[in-house]
Design a protein. Structure first.
Length: 364
């Protein structure tokens, strides 16, 4: 099978949590001499702006889970149109296998593949299976999961599950922290809001840092924010004499990893996995409105494993300052977390994906 090219289609879209694993998977298969194309929606298209080595096809879809009846009808029609668009595209491209990377954008593509009898595989990197993958699972050949502890799967489909780990960029899997000596008198904190940034972080967390200053805890802040928050945050930190760097969404987030003691982040699976593999102590603040509260489930799993602290968004005002105080008193807390993180690695994820793919293509 490896002696000649095969065609693979990767269906993704939406947020970075779906896009980044899709892109990493595409890069790997290209190195293996596969012909790769990716379908994405307009939301996901912006994450590919810096990448011009992958052939893209835009197929917009929607979700039927709307509160308004008329919006649900419109969404249903969009899904039908996306299905036919996917059907025509698959007939033209003729992939040997389709990878669905989760999210509703992958649904019409995978359904069209099933109708055309093209085997498809779905990938789930959360600790609770997403709605799209749950509906696709009965028709899928395999469900590739990041963690065996995944919940929400009907027992009769357990045989379809293959634990492969987290699909991440190779530069993350091979990350080596630079030997930068940090000022021991300061706590260096990276604040991440996911690919869309977290508006609430820009509003609440600076107030906690102001209180840190009042109790003689010096912090240096690297904060990802929305572009319209730049001026506000710069003004707050300057007025309170807090050392800072404000930045907007970037693909090269790892450049900050050697400059920090720990990171504050939402509990999206991709970001948590990147920090885990780079041995960065984590404070997870899950997005309360995430579907099926999956971010809280991710965060609780990481907390139980000792990879992360956990504070819910409603608790930021009362729990964040005490946590920073405890880390300031004893940085061995972070060293212990790093030692537990070192017990986990996803370096063999692509070897496992390839084995599953090869098995499906040979037996197709």
């Amino acid at each position: 099978m490896t002696n000649f090219k095969k065609k693979i289609l990767i269906a993704t879209g939406g947020t970075g949590g779906h896009i980044f694993p899709a892109y990493s998977l595409a890069k790997y298969f290209i190195k293996k001499n596969f012909t790769i194309k990716i379908t994405t929606d307009k939301r996901g298209l912006k994450y590919f702006k810096e990448e011009n080595d992958i052939k893209l096809k835009v197929i917009n879809s929607s979700t039927v889970f709307k509160k308004n009846f008329f919006k649900s009808v419109i969404s249903f029609l969009e899904i039908i149109f996306a299905f036919f668009n996917s059907f025509i595209f698959l007939l033209s491209f003729k992939p040997k296998i389709v990878f669905g990377m989760g999210g509703y954008s992958s649904f019409p593509v995978c359904m069209a593949a099933w109708v055309l009898r093209i085997p498809f595989v779905i990938y789930e990197n959360n600790l609770y299976v997403g709605k799209t993958n749950k509906y696709l699972l009965p028709l899928a050949k395999k469900l590739l999961v990041s963690y065996s502890s995944i919940e929400g799967i009907n027992y009769k489909y357990k045989s379809k599950i293959a634990e492969i780990g987290n699909i991440l960029r190779e530069e993350i899997l091979n990350f080596e922290k630079e030997n930068i000596k940090l000022d021991e008198k300061k706590i260096h904190i990276l604040i991440l809001g996911g690919s869309q940034a977290a508006k609430i972080f820009g509003e609440k967390i600076p107030e906690i840092f102001k209180m840190c200053k009042k109790v003689n805890i010096n912090v240096k802040v690297f904060q990802q924010c929305l572009p319209n928050q730049n001026n506000f945050l710069e003004d707050v930190y300057k007025k309170n004499n807090i050392e800072f760097e404000v930045f907007n969404f970037t693909h090269d987030i790892k450049k900050y990893f050697s400059k920090i003691d720990f990171a504050i982040t939402r509990a999206g699976s991709s970001m948590l996995a990147e920090l885990l593999n780079c041995r960065i102590p984590i404070l997870s603040i899950p997005l309360p409105s995430s579907a099926d509260n999956h971010q809280l489930k991710n965060a609780k799993f990481f907390q139980k494993k000792g990879y992360s602290f956990l504070i819910e968004e409603k608790e930021i005002d009362i729990k964040l300052l005490p946590l920073i105080k405890s880390v300031h008193r004893d940085k061995e807390i972070l060293s212990l977390m790093k030692s537990k993180q070192k017990l986990h690695t996803d370096k063999d994820v692509f070897t496992k994906v390839f084995a599953e793919t090869e098995n499906l293509i040979i037996n197709d």
